[in-house]
Design a protein around this ligand. Sequence first.
Ligand code: SF4
Length: 385
Amino acid sequence: MNIKEEGDIAIYIHIPFCIKKCYYCDFNSYPLRGEDVYGYLSALKSEIKEKALLLRKEQRKVSTIYIGGGTPTCLSGEELGRILSLCKEGFSLTCDAEITVEANPGTLSEDKLILLLNEGVNRLSIGAQTFNDELLKRIGRLHKTVDIVSNYNLARDVGFNNISMDLIFGLPGQSLGEWMETLHMAVNMKPDHISTYNLVIEEGSKFYEDMKRGEIAPLEEELDLEMYTKAKEELEGAGYEQYEISNFAKTGKECRHNLVYWRNGEYLGLGPGAHSYFKGIRFSNFRSIPQYIRGVLSGSPVEEREIIDEVVSMWETIFLGLRLTKEGVGLARFKERFGHNLKEVYGRQLEYLQGQNLISFENGHLILTSKGAILANRVFIEFAP
Ligand code: SF4
C-alpha cells in the first residue's frame, strides 16, 4: 500500500442526525428535528474553530477529514458546505487530503453532490447495507435498492471517483443466498471500496429489545462465519484486496482515514460523543446534543479524559494493527515508537499464538493467519494488559 502515515492527524466530525432510527442501530444518532440542528451546528462551528486553532499552534497538518454519523447527508447541501468551508479555512490540510462524507441512499441529489464535490469532498461512503428490499424494511431502513443504484450512479455521473459501499451481514432472518445476491449486486456496481460489517445486536437498539422478548434471534455463529468467508472469496475474486478484517479495496483506494485509527495514530473527533486521541490522551465529548452544546458554550465539550500509558498504548497498537490483514504490526515501527522489541515484550504470547497457527511473521510484520482473522478476538485478548 502506498499510503502516507507518520504525523497524520485525522479529523472526524459527527453529525448526530438521521431521518429515522434503524432497528439495529445503537449509534449516537437522533431523528432530525429543526431546533436541535440549529444549536448543534453553531456549537460544531465553534468547536471546528477551536480545534483548528489548537492544531495550527502545534503546527500539525490534517491529512483526512471524515464526516460521519448519523446521516450527514440528511443535512442540506448548504449546511454541509458551511461545515466543509470552515474546515478548509481553519485546518491546515495536506495537498492530497482525503475528505469523506457518509451518505445514505435517498438523501443525495445532483445539487448536493455537486456542492460536496466543489467543497473538496473526494470520497463518498454509501450505506447500502443490503440489496434486498424486504430485508431493508425489516431492519428499519428507509431506502430501497433502487435508491442505492440511482444515488450511486448520480455520484459517479457528477464526478466522484472514490466511492465506498457499506454492507451488513448476520441480520436476523438473512439467508446465505440473500447475502451472496447482495455481494453480487455490489460488485457489479464496481465501487472502489467495500466494507462488510457483521451485525452485533447491541444494547440500546430496537433489535436488542426485540431479542430480549424472544421476537428475533441472532444468526447461528456458523452461518455468520460462512457469510464472512463467502464475502472474502467473492470480493477477492472480483479484484478487491482485503486490507482489514472488514474492509476491501481496489488498489490505492484504502480508506486513509481509518488507516490512521488502525495504525494507532492521532485523531481529533468533533461533535457529540466523538472520541479523540492526541498527545497520549484519549478524550471524548458529551454524548447528548444539549450537553454537548452547553459544553462548547462554557469552554469545553469534553466529558472524559484518559492518559494512555505505554503498556496500554502497546496493546492498542497490537490489536488495532492486527486488524490490518496484510500490514499487521510492523516490528521496526513498533521498536521505533516504544523503544522495545515486540518479541521481547510479548515473547510468551507470540510463542503460544504461533503454536496455535493464529499469527505469523511476514517480512518484518506480525499478522493474523486466516484462522487468526476468524478468531481475532481470541488473539487480541492474549495481549491485553
Ligand atoms: S442510518 Fe446509520 S446512524 Fe442512522 S439510524 Fe440507521 S444505522 Fe443508525
